[in-house]
Write a protein that binds this ligand. Structure first.
Ligand code: TXA
Ligand code: MG
Length: 363
């Protein structure tokens, strides 16, 4: 048995087969987790993007416990998860026609829409703001849980504030064991990066955070779509929306991002790794292209997250790799960038840039 801190409550880990969450015995597990949520408990669950930490979105005391458990500033608003577009109506002041178009095409799925909120949504969920972010997740376990609980579930990523988002139940426990009631283990999240956040309250729909529903997909559905730049977001949120700003999603060790042609970045990374080792540092290397032969040694951990061009695989493995490099007690992480090429690469680049928090080498 594991030794636990004496005062911390237990966090239950419950396995549910994502292929059949509605069949016995998984349905009973889902029912227990749903009851826990309805009572104001904190339940982490898998979504197709990352694991979320769920709470009854209309229970303000429970929402406060969620912020405390994550160590998240109350100024950072939460995404509300619901089962269908129908459930959105009571939560928003008005449902624009574009929302129906988008829901038809992309829900359930990794797209979050920002609306003017209705009075039903407590200010604690929206950081006191007039808008609310809502999504219908696609993961069968998330869907079964929403269906069983029959409440809107507010769920940020189930990590401690500023740690990489969790893509496995183990990651959730690394950060939150003893701080939450349950985690439902439904296997690894397949997308691996958080949902696209699209603001529908601006004149033209505006991407606040890139994700697996890409700019190109949104443009072909809606016509004009714009991408918010860091400075616009700063002005809009006055620094109150860390997930949208820089210096987030960080591993513990400082990460430097190397941008440029593959061969050149590899050369620079190998040289800088050697220099860091000469200074007695342990080095973590994150490669996005193919592995570099003979680069691993006792004081260097190399993780390759995707073969050339396989952006989806790299995105799915990014956060897990950052946690592994931290666990290897790297003092510094040297990460290879990827070229801008649209699609999911935009989201992967965005997360790499945030993890680097401005430490970029143009090789
Ligand atoms: O994929 C996801 O979106 C995951 C899963 C669990 O659904 N959730 C997630 O939540 O990433 P979180 O809290 O880690 O990130 C939510 C992002 C934050 O950047 C937050 O600032 C933004 O959405 N957000 C929430 N409400 C907003 C609002 N009303 N207006 C603009 N941005 C908002
Ligand atoms: Mg988060």
């Amino acid at each position: 048995m594991r030794v636990r801190p004496s005062v911390a409550p237990m966090t239950e880990r419950l396995a549910v087969d994502p292929a059949s969450p509605d069949a016995s015995p998984h349905a009973q597990v889902i029912a227990r987790a749903a009851a826990c949520l309805r009572r104001g408990g904190l339940v982490a669950f898998p979504t197709e993007t990352v694991y979320g930490l769920g709470v009854h979105a209309l229970d303000t005391a429970a929402v406060s416990r969620l912020f405390a458990a994550k160590g998240r500033p109350a100024s950072d608003p939460l995404i509300v998860h619901v089962s269908t577009l129908h459930d959105v109506r009571p939560l928003v002041a008005n449902l624009p026609a574009v929302a129906e178009t988008l829901a038809k095409q992309f829900w359930p799925g990794p797209l979050t829409l920002v609306f003017e909120k209705s009075h039903a949504i407590p200010g604690e969920v929206t950081a006191g703001g007039p808008t609310v972010a809502i999504r219908v997740p696609a993961h069968p376990v998330a869907r079964a849980l929403l269906w069983a609980a029959s409440i809107p579930i507010a769920a940020p990523s189930a990590n401690l504030f500023s740690r990489p988002s969790p893509t496995r139940a183990e990651h959730v426990l690394e950060d939150l064991d003893g701080r939450i009631d349950m985690v439902i283990d439904g296997g690894p999240a397949t997308v691996g990066v958080e949902s696209t956040v699209l603001d529908l309250t601006t004149g033209t729909p505006t991407i606040l955070r890139p994700g697996a529903v890409t700019l190109e997909m949104l443009q072909s559905a809606l016509g004009e779509v714009v991408v918010a730049r860091g400075r616009d977001l700063d002005a809009k949120f006055r620094g109150h929306s860390p997930g949208l700003l820089e210096k987030h999603y960080s591993p513990r060790a400082p990460l430097t991002l190397y941008e440029g042609r593959w061969e050149v970045t590899v050369e620079r990374i190998v040289a800088d790794a050697r220099a860091a080792r000469a200074h007695g540092q342990r080095v973590g290397v994150l490669l996005v292209g193919s592995a570099v032969p003979d680069s691993e040694s006792a004081d260097t951990r190399v993780i390759t997250i995707g073969a050339h061009g396989d952006i989806a695989r790299a995105a799915a493995r990014l956060y897990s790799a950052l946690r592994q490099l931290d666990a290897s007690e790297a003092d510094v992480i040297l990460a290879q960038g990827i070229p801008e090429q649209g699609g999911l690469a935009t989201a992967l680049r965005d997360r790499l840039h945030r993890a680097a928090a401005g430490r970029i080498v143009h090789a």
